[in-house]
Design a protein around this ligand. Structure first.
Ligand code: MLT
Length: 309
C-alpha cells in the first residue's frame, strides 16, 4: 500500500488518483462541519465552488429540502441558511436535508477526493474511523490537505500525519517523503493537540473573529465513528467504519458527542497478568511505526503520477 500526503492544494492538483483511495482534510473547519452534518443525519452534502453555484443548485430542489451553507473569510455568506461552524449542524437543523456547501479551501479538496477510486472525508473528530475505512479499501492512499489560502496548513498536516500513522501501524505501508513529514508532525502534536489553538494561523484568526468555540470543537479527537463518503459529486453519511485492528467495539455515539459534550474517561487498558506495566507507547508499537519490516520511508513511495509533468 503506497501512502502519500498532498500537503497543499498545489501538491494535489494534477494527481492521477484513479484506483487510489483519497481522503479530504480541512480540520478548521469544513471537514469537521461535514462530519458533524453527517452524524446529525443530513441526507447529503454537495460541495460547490461558490455562492452563485449554490443558489443555482438550490433552485432545483423543493423548498425545505435543501440548505445553503458556507463561508468566506470565516464569516457566513449573507442570505445562506448556515455558516461553516460544526456547532450549527445539529439534528434539528439538518436531519433529512441536502446541504449545498461552499468554503474557501475545504470544498475544493472534497471535490478533489471525488476523482479517486474511493473517497472519504476526515477530521480529528472521526480520525480513527477513517483510518479503519482506509485500511478496509485495500487501495493506495492519498490524503489531500485543504491548506490555508493555497499555503501549508499546520492542523491539516497534523491530522493527515495522525491518520497515516494509524494506517501505517496496521498495514504494509510505503510512505512518500511528504507522508513521513506529516507523520512526524502528527506524532509531535499527538499529545498536545490543544497547542494548535496558538500554533495554527487559521485557529488564531478564527478565535480573533469570535469563533473559538468552533476551534475547540474541531480539535476534539475521535468523538464519532461517522465516515462521510464522497460519491458522484456528493458526500453521503457512510456506515460506521469497522474498528481498526486492536480497537474492536467502537463506542456508540450521539450527535452531542460531535459538538463536544464532556464524555466519561475510557476504562484503563487491560494489561495481561504478569506483564510489565509501562507508561507510554510500548517498544513494539514504536518499532512497528518506525522500523516495521516492509514499512519503507522516503525514497520508497512515489506520489501518484502527475500526467502533466
Ligand atoms: C475553509 O474551507 O477554508 C475553512 O473551512 C474556512 C472556515 O474555517 O470556515
Amino acid at each position: 500500500m503506497r501512502v502519500h500526503v498532498a500537503l497543499t492544494p498545489a501538491d494535489a492538483s494534477g494527481l492521477a488518483l484513479d484506483g487510489w483511495a483519497a481522503i479530504a482534510v480541512d480540520v478548521l473547519r469544513a471537514t469537521t462541519t461535514v462530519v458533524a452534518a453527517c452524524a446529525a443525519g443530513c441526507v447529503r452534502i454537495i460541495p460547490v465552488s461558490d455562492s452563485g453555484a449554490a443558489r443555482e443548485r438550490a433552485a432545483l430542489f423543493t423548498a425545505g429540502e435543501v440548505l445553503m451553507a458556507g463561508e468566506r473569510g470565516g464569516e457566513p455568506i449573507p442570505g445562506f441558511h448556515l455558516g461553516n461552524s460544526p456547532l450549527e449542524f445539529t439534528p434539528e437543523r439538518v436531519r433529512g436535508r441536502t446541504i449545498l456547501l461552499t468554503t474557501t479551501n475545504g470544498t475544493a479538496a472534497m471535490l478533489g477526493a471525488g476523482s479517486a477510486g474511493a473517497g472519504a472525508v476526515a477530521a480529528l473528530t472521526n480520525l480513527s474511523a477513517v483510518a479503519g475505512w482506509a485500511l478496509a479499501q485495500g487501495r493506495d492512499l492519498a490524503v489531500l490537505c485543504s491548506g490555508d489560502d493555497g499555503s501549508f496548513s499546520l492542523e491539516d498536516a497534523v491530522c493527515a500525519g495522525l491518520l497515516v500513522s494509524d494506517v501505517a501501524s496496521a498495514s504494509d505501508a510505503e510512505l512518500s517523503d511528504a507522508a513521513v513529514a506529516a507523520v512526524g508532525l502528527g506524532r509531535y502534536y499527538a499529545t498536545r493537540i490543544g497547542d494548535l489553538r496558538h500554533a495554527s494561523r487559521w485557529a488564531r484568526r478564527l478565535a480573533g473573529k469570535g469563533h473559538s468555540a468552533d476551534v475547540d470543537a474541531c480539535l476534539r479527537r475521535d468523538v464519532t465513528d461517522m465516515v462521510p463518503i464522497v460519491e458522484a459529486g456528493a458526500i453521503v453519511p457512510g456506515p460506521a467504519a469497522s474498528a481498526r485492528p486492536g480497537t474492536e467495539g467502537p463506542r456508540p455515539k450521539t450527535p452531542c458527542d460531535v459538538i463536544g459534550a464532556p464524555r466519561a474517561p475510557a476504562p484503563p487498558a487491560q494489561v495481561p497478568e504478569g506483564s510489565p506495566r509501562t507508561a507510554g507507547p510500548q517498544p513494539r508499537d514504536v518499532l512497528r511505526l518506525t522500523v516495521r519490516p516492509g514499512a519503507r520511508f522516503g525514497r520508497g513511495a512515489k506520489p501518484p503520477e502527475d500526467p502533466s509533468r
